[in-house]
Design a protein around this ligand. Structure first.
Ligand SMILES: CCCCCCCCCCCCC[C@H](O)CC(=O)SCCNC(=O)CCNC(=O)[C@H](O)C(C)(C)COP(=O)(O)OP(=O)(O)OC[C@H]1O[C@@H](n2cnc3c(N)ncnc32)[C@H](O)[C@@H]1OP(=O)(O)O
Length: 719
């Protein structure tokens, strides 16, 4: 008979991470329970309905002085206990939280719980024994998958894998107490993971060699997945205690790397976006979102389709409107195919696909009269957008929010044709809209705080990251991107090949370089924008010099490629040659190399050998330089906003923290000096001139990034 059970609550507040205080409290309580003869078994649970999100990431900066090193010893203390220790996992057990649970002899969770070791995503590895215990519990292949990806494992899958012993519908604490009663008196040796052998594979060596290659390829220059792999591999070849030492050593190596600092910065930067503040003081804290119970999407092109799918994912019924029957049929078929693909993906991931809400497809603007929100996603033509917004202000109910998915047009100009400019807002999705996490939320001069709060809350309900930004041509992301692309084009004019430029940026960590991305997105997209700006096409005044616009250097090469029908992947030719139109296999194109030689000859450009450093610096520093201008103009409220946009919307390698963080790590004086050097060598490229705000920061002694925003405020203060 069991006389007494003790339930240990880890002393968590709301979201529940191990600080040194929590770790010490747990150690003290476990010791007490061990020495109290009236305690027969122990249930460890979290407070406030959550188990634990792991170690407090904020403490990693001072790990030298902290007690993190003792977390593994607490896990070990729990594991060695002679009394059954049961983890009752409510909702989530991540990182150090799951490692504590792995030290327990039994683990029970509720149905909606998720478990995982996400340390890899913040540039670390599980440092409290997770890399040694998990493979012993579930085998090497599954452990490598979970630890090197950091993915969240749903309770049902965790049960199948053997991470959990039981999954219950409701309260796991009660179930844990029942289980503790059942198992008291049974031998605990077989339940101690430190004593278990790692399950053997017939071809372990070959499996590990192949897995290492796969992890390295997927890591794209990020260290933590590779170190996670090495730690798990150590569990195969080393006794447990030595494996733990190896884990610590690899953990400390990662902790001291710039990458883990960058990834932790990116983690907090992203979360800070929810707490938006406008220059006029309006903020998330005081603005109330309106409910969005029904929405409409106008235009079912590539973007519109993805937006419909995103709204449906948030369980918002959608009216999907097109301008003519043919477009509607094409759009409808594409949306339905997209929804089917998404359902299939969920099925393949072991998730139960929910019954999809089917959009209401229509040609009738009248169907928009009762929606709470419209997102217009038609062509980037200001006249067309204004016509639509004028119509919307007549048809939609007065409280409806009118959003535009424009990627660079003026929100105020669009708002000016409506009866409710305070309800007009930019909601800029990134392609493919149902996959990409970023949404730029653009406020115009009259956009109300409540409209911003509504758009932000909508972004969150679609599982996206909203970043509030000001209104200017291209907003934050595309305004900066123009400079990155300009440099790539100029470097190609001056002697680089597209392959060389792409290789340098890929080695930096982008999955694809700018030219390959251009081919993927379609070179005609930028062509249309440049035509709209009068930089090329019929509106270009006769006699305009081919390589200059308004006295500034301009590369006509991308326009020339489009004029020849080379739009990129979709036409089978662009900067690269593809296996077929729509094909994905890119080859260097001898024709293009010949074309570039002819171009240089025609324009008297002597091709030079351009170093990898110059390619990298000109592309990245010019992009960040525009970021400093954007900060100084108040278009982005802080560097964290720019970095969040770049990481989540432009596939900037997360492990470098984003363009502004990266610049801060390179050192502002170096970036300034390099920009000055390149600006002097290229007087007709004014965007290489260092921004006054960058110069100011350097003059101030290069303060840390988190202080930059305050220097903008002091600069712009009228007091
Ligand atoms: C000196 C020599 C010694 C040598 C020996 C060295 C050995 C070292 C031993 C080290 C031991 C390491 C132990 C362990 O392995 C390491 C870890 O556990 S690292 C942490 C791992 N956990 C995570 O990465 C989880 C991160 N969090 C999330 O993924 C999400 O927050 C969530 C848990 C899925 C919840 O998501 P949401 O509900 O969407 O909520 P938010 O994300 O918005 O978060 C709300 C709020 O909480 C803050 N927060 C979340 N998790 C943490 C955390 N782990 N630490 C600190 N803060 C966290 C988040 O920032 C939000 O804050 P707010 O914005 O509201 O201020």
């Amino acid at each position: 008979m069991v006389d007494c059970f003790q339930t240990l609550h880890t002393h968590f507040n709301c979201l529940i991470y191990f600080s040194p205080v929590v770790t010490q409290a747990l150690e003290r309580d476990v010791n007490q329970a061990n020495s109290d003869p009236t305690v027969k078994a122990v249930v460890i649970c979290g407070a406030n309905g959550k188990f634990s999100a792991g170690a407090d990431i904020r403490n990693f900066a001072n790990i030298g002085q902290s007690k993190f090193s003792s977390l593994e010893s607490v896990v070990s203390l729990i594991e060695k206990s002679d009394k059954p220790m049961v983890a009752a996992i409510e909702d989530l057990a991540f990182g150090g939280g799951l490692e504590i649970a792995l030290g327990c002899h039994y683990r029970i969770a509720n149905m909606k719980a998720r478990v995982g070791l996400p340390e890899v995503t913040i540039g670390l590895l599980p440092g409290a024994g997770g890399t040694q215990r998990l493979p012993r519990l579930i085998g090497v292949p599954a452990a490598i998958d979970i630890i090197t990806t950091g993915r969240h494992v749903p309770a049902t899958e965790a049960l199948k894998l053997g991470i959990l012993d039981e999954v219950v519908e409701e309260n796991p604490i009660e179930a844990a107490i029942n289980l503790a009663q059942r198992v008291t008196g049974q031998p605990l040796g077989p339940r101690r993971l430190c004593l278990k052998e790692v399950p053997k594979l017939p071809n372990m060596e070959a499996f590990l060699d192949e897995a290492r290659l796969k992890v390295k390829k997927r890591a794209n220059g990020q260290l933590s997945p590779q170190m996670c792999f090495e730690a798990v591999r150590a569990s195969v070849y080393l006794p447990f205690a030595e494996g733990i030492q190896k884990e610590k050593q690899l953990f400390m190596y990662l902790l001291s790397s710039g990458q883990s600092k960058a990834l932790q910065y990116a983690f907090f930067a992203q979360r800070a976006m929810e707490k938006w503040v406008l220059p006029n003081g309006a903020s998330w804290g005081t603005a109330d979102p309106q409910p969005v119970k029904k929405a409409a999407v106008i235009g079912l092109g590539t973007m519109g389709r993805g937006i419909v799918a995103s709204l449906l994912k948030a369980k918002i019924p959608v009216v999907a409107l097109e301008q003519d029957k043919k477009q509607l049929e094409v759009g409808k078929a594409a949306v339905m195919a997209l929804l089917e693909r998404e359902a299939l993906k969920m099925h393949q991931n072991g998730q139960k696909p929910k019954k999809p809400i089917v959009p209401h497809f229509t040609l009738d603007f009248g169907a928009l009269k009762d929606v709470d929100l419209v997102i217009e996603a038609v062509f980037e033509e200001i006249a067309l957008k204004k016509e639509i917004f004028h119509k919307l202000s007549v048809i939609c109910k007065p409280e409806a929010l009118l959003g535009t998915n424009t990627s660079y047009l003026d929100i105020d100009e669009i708002a000016s044709v409506t009866d409710r400019p305070h309800k007009v807002i930019g909601i800029h999705f990134f392609s493919p809209a149902h996959i990409m996490k970023l949404v730029e939320i653009i406020y115009g001069q009259q956009t109300s705080p409540s409209a911003i709060a509504t758009a932000m809350s909508l972004a969150k309900s679609m599982g996206k990251i909203g970043v509030v930004v000001g209104n200017c041509f291209g907003f934050v992301g595309n305004r900066m991107l123009t400079h990155y692309y300009d440099q790539a084009y100029f470097l190609i004019e001056d002697g680089s090949t597209p392959e060389e430029v792409d290789k340098v940026l890929q080695e930096f960590g982008f999955k694809m370089g700018p030219l390959r991305v251009g081919d993927l997105a379609g070179l005609d997209v930028g062509w249309r924008i440049r035509k709209g700006k009068g930089q090329t096409g019929d509106a270009l005044p006769p006699g305009t010099p081919p390589r200059h616009r308004d006295g500034m250097r301009y590369s006509p090469i991308p326009d020339m490629l489009c004029e020849m029908g080379r739009y990129g992947e979709k036409t089978g030719k662009g900067w690269y040659l593809y296996d077929k139109p729509g094909g994905k296999i890119a080859q260097p194109d001898p024709w293009l190399h010949g074309f570039l030689s002819d171009f240089r000859r025609t324009h008297n450009i002597t091709a030079r050998t351009i170093s990898q450093d110059e390619i990298l610096e000109r592309c990245l520093y010019s992009l960040a330089n525009e970021g400093f201008r954007i900060l100084s103009d108040g278009i982005a409220s802080c560097p964290e906003a720019i970095d969040t946009i770049y990481i989540n919307g432009y596939a900037w390698p997360r492990h470098t923290g984003g363009p502004m963080f990266y610049t801060s790590q390179v050192g502002l004086p170096k970036v300034l000096a390099k920009l000055q050097e390149y600006a002097e060598a290229n007087p007709d490229i004014p965007s290489l001139q260092p921004s006054p705000f960058l110069q100011k920061l350097v003059a101030l002694g290069s303060p840390p990034l988190k202080e930059w925003a305050s220097h903008v405020r002091s600069q712009n203060s009228k007091l």
